[in-house]
Design a protein around this ligand. Structure first.
Ligand SMILES: [Zn+2]
Length: 88
């Protein structure tokens, strides 16, 4: 599984660890040496180094500024029947 190393403003990403508010989706607000993201569940803002961000991202869902050729590819398949990772 490969992740694109390039991120765009407005990208929606899923993080490995869901936020305590219950949402695991974040919007990319700023890209550069540091990445600023906002939780779509509660609006919490987080600023983290790019390297840490890349490791924390689980999936890139796409965004308005992402060119089609840079999309992860493939139609979105519904249904996720995986074991939920329990963690604190
Ligand atoms: Zn949140």
């Amino acid at each position: 599984m490969t992740l694109p190393k390039k991120f765009y403003l407005g990208d929606i990403v899923r993080m490995r660890k869901p936020h305590p508010c219950g949402s695991d989706r974040w919007e990319v607000l700023r890209v550069g040496m540091d990445i600023r993201i906002r939780c779509l569940g509660c609006g919490h803002l987080v600023l983290m180094p790019r390297r840490k961000f890349e490791r924390a991202v689980r999936q890139v869902l796409g965004g308005p500024n992402r060119p089609p050729e840079d999309l992860p590819g493939g139609p979105a398949e519904g249904g996720t029947a995986g074991p939920a990772a329990s963690g604190g």
